[in-house]
Design a protein around this ligand. Sequence first.
Ligand SMILES: *Cc1c(COP(=O)(O)O)cnc(C)c1O
Length: 389
Amino acid sequence: MSATVDTLPERLLLGSGPSPVPEPVLHALARPTLGHLDPAFGEVMDEIGDLLRAAFVTENEVAFPISGTGSAGMEAMVANLIEPGERVVCGVHGLFGERMADELARHGADVVRVEAEWGRAIDPQALIDAVAAGPAPAALFVVHGETSTGVAQPLDGLADAIHDRDGLLLVDCVTSLTGHPLRLDEAGVDAAFSGSQKCLNAPPGLAPFTVGARALEKLRARKTRVPSWYFDLNLILAYVNAEGARTYHHTAPTNMNVALREALRIAVVDEWLATRWERHRRAHEALRSAFDALGMPRLAPEGEALHPLLAVRVPDGIDEAAVRRALLLEHDIEISGGLGPLAGKVWRIGVMGVGAQREPQEALITAVAAELGHDTGEALVALADGWSA
Ligand SMILES: *Cc1c(COP(=O)(O)O)cnc(C)c1O
């Protein structure tokens, strides 16, 4: 059995996620398992709540990890905060906006799509106009960091527009959390979810989640029961926010939560959030110049780029899937291909947490240049210049 574990390859994860998991987080994951009702684990959950409030920049009382991947956070948000027949304005400019539109429709919402081409941000005014037109929407949803395109969505004016109509502002910040500037309370966000395996550098399996007072009020005023037992916040909060009187709902994945606490501690205590945001910006720009030197320009225009995810155009005539495969199997480096209309046209490179450093980027640029038969010189100089800028 140990032979099987020992033969697993060790990859440098520079794709759209999961991101590289640093040694202290792996060590935390391997600590002896605790029970989910053990007071020592209760303390872990309380600390995670505090660390998540720091990461989301919110004072929300409710902040905890949903047991499941990022999509579980999306599903929990919709199941709790939307009722059948409600009108919801949904921004769609990539795969994850599409996923949300699907999720909303499955829960019986009347979905009003506001779209932008894949690779561009949605004009906030178009979202504001959609919120103002017609019957009042129950919510406005946007993806803050579109991982399928490497675009960051501005939230300017969105909270005022939807709050004026008594609706909620809901945001997917799976890829942006701790990697791209976002202050939930300042932006007026009522509920948000993320994932453990993007900028936080924990393994996949938990979805950091938070809801504010306005959203909790909506939950309490529901006319119908939350359609999901597993994601019903009314039940989950009796475990998460019970201050010493936690009762069993489901078995919290204790080792994963211990690992997440360590990952959050590294992000918001050891490094500090503003420093971390700035490091991700620098890392993104440095890598972008290196890919420019290799003849692969960034997809996102100036001012719309998502720092934790660089999407670059792959020139015609390159078998991009074959190169990616060689990077993985010959160089042990994972990057991601394009999705939907961008399949075969772009590469998506993660700039997430410990991946947002010069050394892994050098390894990637060296390997890409070798596979493309390019000289590495110019690209490595561009990378170095970016880091010393
Ligand atoms: C990764 C991702 C998700 C989905 O998370 P999973 O962990 O794959 O379920 C949702 N939204 C965005 C923006 C993502 O990047």
